[in-house]
Design a protein around this ligand. Structure first.
Ligand code: PLP
Length: 381
């Protein structure tokens, strides 16, 4: 069978492999989950149902339903005092599509893209699909997995076109500090790079942390974002891009033929999510924070495991090097002996070796039991 060359480099997700293996074992506790365990709030579901009942079941504008784009521009004004117009917003099928469009619309064959290591899996694969070249730069635990200026500068060449960041970060839970925004913007400005900031977990932050927005720092920023995680709407497939017209127009050109527009009832739900009380988001974040405290404390009490405190997302990235096992051996050991799923860190890049990602998007009691089982298994070695 003939397959396009660009697809051959795209690797199947290592997380899926593990979930499939785990699904064959009974009574498993999964700390491998990458999505909220909460149901979508009722008022959002009601809005989508109403849309169906009222016959709102047709195409919308390619760029996305105007009132949703307007609600997003108001969100940026309220949260970041950022002057975003609805024409600078493109609605996409989740942040996945948003990121894909940025790669496909803005990069040429052979262009280099700086991508953190470890990080979420899609950026490297989108680079392959766009025939650009992923250049990974390491993030270190001792820097709380924040980007290092030297590591980035060292890798910039004449061919570098884009820098990708994802904070709060999947898989590390790290966030940026104030000085990082300026450092990154200065690098991008000096080297005329696009900055792709994937802010998918922006609302899920703890300890009073408040993220900033790169749109206030650098003109050639492309924000990708989503309603998946903050409103527990992963299956609705509503995400968006916020950027200047010169970047948005080529992205829209691909979107209009690949996707055309989003699902209309889902957009009615998204509109309600964005324009109603945000209490549902605060309630979920409060519960994630309670679980974060439980899991980080529990992991640090396990033999030969340490874990820094994530300031955002629902993931923590535990250091398992002292166990003497590789990430993969560790996750296999824990699945076989404790029936607990954790994701080997190398799924997120070579620099993830020595770590495992533990998700706390799962019930408090299950996390407690999972920790107990892991303790028993590790103490029996
Ligand atoms: C960092 C990051 N970006 C983007 C996505 C894609 O999210 P969605 O397409 O559901 O908006 C995810 C999903 O796990 C993610 O972790």
């Amino acid at each position: 069978m003939m397959v396009a060359e660009r697809v051959k480099l795209v690797v199947p997700s290592k997380i899926r492999e593990l979930s499939e293996r785990a699904s064959k074992i009974e009574n498993v506790i999964s700390l491998g989950i990458g999505e909220p365990d909460f149901d979508t709030p009722v008022h959002i579901k009601e809005a989508a149902k109403k849309a169906l009942d009222h016959g709102n079941t047709h195409y919308t504008e390619n760029q996305g339903m105007f009132k949703v784009r307007k609600a997003i521009s108001e969100r940026y004004a309220n949260l970041f005092s950022c002057d975003v117009h609805p024409q600078n917003v493109l609605l996409t099928a989740g942040a996945y599509e948003a990121v894909y469009l940025a790669f496909m619309a803005l990069l040429n064959k052979g262009d280099e893209v700086l991508i953190p290591d470890p990080t979420f899996l899609c950026y490297e694969n989108d680079a392959y699909m766009s025939e650009s070249v992923p250049v990974r730069f390491p993030l270190f635990e001792e820097d709380s997995f924040r980007p290092s200026q030297d590591e980035i500068l060292e890798r910039i060449t004449q061919k570098t076109r884009m820098l990708v960041l994802n904070y709060p970060s999947n898989p590390t839970g790290a966030v940026l500090e104030k000085q990082d925004y300026k450092m990154i913007s200065d690098i991008c400005e000096d080297h005329n790079l696009y900055l792709l900031a994937d802010d998918t977990y922006e609302d899920i932050v703890f300890d009073g942390y408040k993220p900033e927005c790169f749109l206030n720092h650098y003109e050639k920023t492309i924000i990708t974002n989503s309603l998946s995680k903050n409103y527990a709407m992963t299956g609705w497939r509503v995400g968006f891009v916020v950027t200047e017209k010169e970047m948005l127009t080529p992205m829209l050109r691909i979107h209009q033929y690949a996707v055309a527009c989003l699902n209309t009832p889902a957009l009615e739900g998204a509109y309600t999510a964005l324009t109603s009380s945000q209490q549902c988001v605060s309630d979920m974040v409060k519960e994630y924070e309670r679980r974060r405290n439980l899991i980080v404390n529990g992991l640090n009490n396990l033999p030969n495991i340490s874990c820094i405190n994530p300031k955002g997302t629902f993931y923590c990235f535990a250091n398992i090097t002292e166990t003497g096992m590789t990430s993969r051996e560790f996750s296999d050991f824990i699945l076989d002996n404790a029936k607990v799923v954790v994701v080997p860190g190398d799924a997120f890049g070579d620099r993830g070796e020595g770590f495992v990602r533990c998700s706390f998007a799962t019930d408090y009691k299950k996390i407690e039991e999972g920790l107990e089982r892991m303790k028993k298994a590790l103490e029996s070695i």
